[in-house]
Design a protein around this ligand. Structure first.
Ligand SMILES: Nc1ncnc2c1ncn2[C@@H]1O[C@H](COP(=O)(O)OP(=O)(O)OP(=O)(O)O)[C@@H](O)[C@H]1O
Ligand SMILES: [Mg+2]
Length: 411
């Protein structure tokens, strides 16, 4: 019994750890802050599989021990019951033979008094046993239900070079007090173009990207992927063409490899390329990256903002896509990390469509097309030199930064 409870204690500890992991997996599927990535990277099946695996471990181990416990109690109860029965019969026989004493009669009464609880104990154990088995069956049925296959794509774009067109797109948000976040957006992003989106905080840059990714639907106007209206497409079809690094990428509390793959098939060559080119391998030097769990809750290693950003780049570039989007991180990175991140982005997006949102106008000078947003509207579009000549919003922002840099360098 002592051995049993020690083992059970150890199991409880493991159980708590597994339950915490399960809770984390639950949050990945239900917490809105993960929503964008879950939908675009389509990893809900992977998370469910992980969840199922952990639940199975718990059920197997925990119920295994409990099961043994129940069985042990059951055997003890039955043995006790048989013993009482045996005494009861012996005393009854001895009374009938006239050999019984007052003592043995008192004993008989006390045995009978104990008989009730013993019987109910046997009953409870049987009931617990049956209940647990039923709950396990319910759980397994629930898991099977949630494992239905995902919706099939309706259109197959495999061989096309995607072009994105916004036609008179407006976008409102908010219930009751609707605000127009984007107004009458017209733009065309051709395959292979490098596009930069600039504008002050709140201008609508991230909202524009969310529309482009199919995460938001326009309130007015339409978005097209070549000749196909977005409203006819499944989000998975749109995301097949786009890799994105969000302003606040998710820091997955998983191993480095899981952070990158997120359930996608292992392609060792591709993995090695992204690990090297994004600088992720360098972060961990000679350590075995498949065993390093990131984050404070389950691992021992947390990363800096810039390092997490590199992991997000590796996750994004692990899949080869024709269009890549980088929404500049909000968390302040030092200029060197920021420069490194832009550099990695440029390297991976050569010859493809790249969409870069940046406040650092120095990083957008070479873009084929710069889109300037102000209060939800496109106020200017063109190359750097053209926009400087126009002497409008872009030049204002550019000069503002230039003077900020000069002051910064003097200080
Ligand atoms: N989910 C939302 N609910 C309500 N308002 C929103 C939501 N998302 C964006 N907004 C509002 O829309 C406007 C544009 O936001 P958006 O995030 O697109 O700006 P941004 O140009 O990306 O800004 P930043 O440079 O700070 O990242 C802001 O005023 C913002 O408050
Ligand atoms: Mg933004």
């Amino acid at each position: 019994m002592y051995y049993q409870s020690k083992k059970e204690y150890k199991l409880e500890q493991e159980h708590v750890y597994h339950e915490r992991q399960i809770e984390y997996l639950n949050s990945l599927l239900t917490n809105s802050k993960f929503g964008k990535e879950v939908r675009l990277l389509n990893y809900s099946k992977y998370v469910l599989d992980k969840w199922y695996l952990l639940k199975s471990i718990i059920i197997e181990k925990y119920l295994g021990i409990k099961g043994k416990n129940y069985t042990a109690n059951l055997i003890l109860s039955i043995a006790g019951f048989s013993l009482i029965g045996f005494f009861f019969i012996s005393v009854a026989v001895s009374i009938s033979l006239g050999t019984s004493t007052i003592g043995s009669f008192a004993g008989l009464v006390s045995f009978i008094a104990q008989l009730g609880p013993m019987l109910s104990n046997v009953g409870t154990n049987f009931k617990n046993f049956a209940n647990h088995r039923l709950k396990v069956n319910d759980l397994i049925n629930f898991i099977k239900e949630t494992e239905k296959p995902m919706k099939e794509n309706v259109v197959n774009f495999n061989e096309i070079e995607p072009r994105i067109i916004f036609k008179n797109v407006s976008f409102q948000i908010g219930e009751g007090m609707e605000r127009e976040i984007l107004t009458n957006i017209n733009l065309e992003i051709n395959y292979g173009e490098s596009v930069a989106i600039v504008g002050e905080n709140g201008a609508g840059k991230t909202s524009l990207v969310n529309l482009l990714l199919g995460l938001y639907q326009p309130t007015k106007g339409s978005i097209f992927l070549n000749e196909n209206n977005y409203n006819k497409l499944d989000i998975n079809e749109i995301s097949n063409y786009m890799g994105v690094i969000f302003q606040q990428p998710v820091q997955y509390e998983m191993s480095v490899i899981d952070n990158i793959l997120l359930g996608r098939k292992l392609d060792t060559d591709r993995l090695n390329i992204v690990l090297d080119k994004t600088g992720v391998r360098k972060i961990f030097k000679n350590e075995n990256i498949s065993e390093i769990i990131l984050g404070k809750n389950f691992g021992k290693l947390d990363l800096s903002g810039g390092e997490w950003q590199k992991v997000a780049l590796a996750r994004c570039f692990y899949s080869s896509k024709p269009i890549y989007v980088l929404d500049e991180p909000t968390s302040s990175l030092d200029p060197i990390s920021e420069y490194e991140i832009f550099d990695i982005f440029r390297e991976f997006t050569k010859g493809k469509t790249s969409i870069l949102i940046s406040h650092r106008l120095g990083s957008v000078i070479k873009a084929d097309k710069i889109i300037v947003l102000k209060n939800g509207e496109i106020v200017e579009t063109g190359k750097h030199e053209e926009l400087i000549k126009q002497n409008g919003e872009y030049k204002r922002l550019y000069n503002l930064q230039a003077s900020w840099y000069k002051e910064g360098s003097v200080g």
